[in-house]
Design a protein around this ligand. Structure first.
Ligand code: FAD
Length: 294
């Protein structure tokens, strides 16, 4: 199928894009911003969305495409492409889970166009980058013509394909904490074929103290709810211990038993729950191993 007719705006500055988004929305037009188009264009072609206007962000590289280090954080522009994150030495050194996650996303052609901002704004609960943003509690900067606000990932993802962005806002920058000392990160997923969206995915970050005991552990699950699910509060029994893989698996069986994932044509609810146990165990064990190896 082909998309419905739409008007196309191609602003050359962020200011112009925000101005156009504000004015058109005020006029009651339905507007979508276009980044890499890897999710939006299929949605338009299938006529699941029929916006009056598209505002193309692709001329805004100088405003929105950057990876810049800060104290304990990395700031990333929303228009930064998947392949740029995948191949950035700064990212692999400071937030290695992003490098791992990028290798699991689609194929080279998709990663060469798709963007971090588009992936987060699309808010697919099986997607890798929303999971990583939730795991690390990344902060999203949202700009409109009249205001800028920064919110944590926990307040950004609301439901399946739904975020707390206003129609007049553009996601401009994502601030991600860097890997703390004596820490390891891991992302583990199951997809039917390499490059497909995951059926379920788990991300973990584990920190050890000087005695080799866990001092902090974080876990987020994707594909088992409408948003990435932060399970970190349930990991308290691991803190202060040196768990074996079987101890971690026992805890994962306990904490995943209340999950109620929806089933679909790819996997029923019980299978997704089983995957959540296996993948979260693998992610935590792998995260721990990386600290020991470092
Ligand atoms: C065959 C195929 C396989 C794929 N496999 C995977 C996979 O395994 N894992 C995965 O995570 N993704 C996968 N994707 C999706 C890919 O990662 C997309 O790049 C991503 O989901 C959307 O990014 P985009 O830049 O292309 O956004 P677009 O498609 O341009 O936009 C997506 C949505 O976000 C909005 N948007 C975009 N940028 C902004 C912004 N800065 N501010 C506000 N709103 C914005 C748009 O209006 C639209 O609603 C796949 C895509 C395809 C076609």
């Amino acid at each position: 199928m082909k998309p419905c007719a739409f008007q196309l705006y191609t602003p050359s500055t962020l200011e112009d894009a925000l101005e156009a988004l504000w004015e058109l929305t005020e006029e009651g037009r339905s507007v979508k911003v276009l980044a890499g188009g890897q999710s939006l264009i299929p949605v338009l072609n299938m006529r699941l969305a029929t916006p009056d206007v598209l505002i193309d962000l692709n001329e805004l590289d100088s405003d929105l495409n950057f990876i810049s280090p800060d104290t304990n954080h990395i700031k990333i522009g929303a228009l930064t492409r998947h392949y740029q994150l995948e191949t950035s030495p700064l990212i692999s050194k400071n937030v290695p889970i992003i490098t791992e996650a990028e290798r699991l996303i689609g194929h080279v052609a998709i990663r060469s166009r798709g963007t971090l901002g588009g992936s987060l704004a699309h808010a697919d609960p099986s997607a890798e980058l929303p999971l990583v943003a939730s795991l690390l509690n990344a902060r999203m900067t949202l700009q409109s013509k009249h205001a800028t606000r920064t919110i944590p990932a926990a307040e950004f993802f609301l439901a399946y394909l739904m975020t707390s962005m206003e129609p007049t806002e553009i996601l401009t920058e994502i601030t991600i904490p860097t890997l703390p000392g004596r820490s390891g990160q891991s992302i583990q997923e199951f997809a039917l074929r390499h490059g497909d969206f995951a059926i379920a995915v788990a991300g973990a970050q584990v920190t050890m103290d000087e005695d080799g005991c866990i001092s902090d552990a974080r876990l987020t699950l994707g594909g088992v709810g409408g948003t990435p699910l932060d399970m970190s509060a349930s990991l308290a029994p691991l803190v202060g211990s040196r768990p074996l893989p079987e101890d971690i698996e026992r805890l994962m069986k306990e904490i995943c038993q209340d999950l109620e994932p929806d089933g679909d044509i790819h996997a029923d609810s019980a299978y997704r729950k089983d995957l959540a146990i296996t993948l979260s165990t693998r992610a935590l064990v792998d995260g721990l191993q990386k600290v020991k190896d470092s």
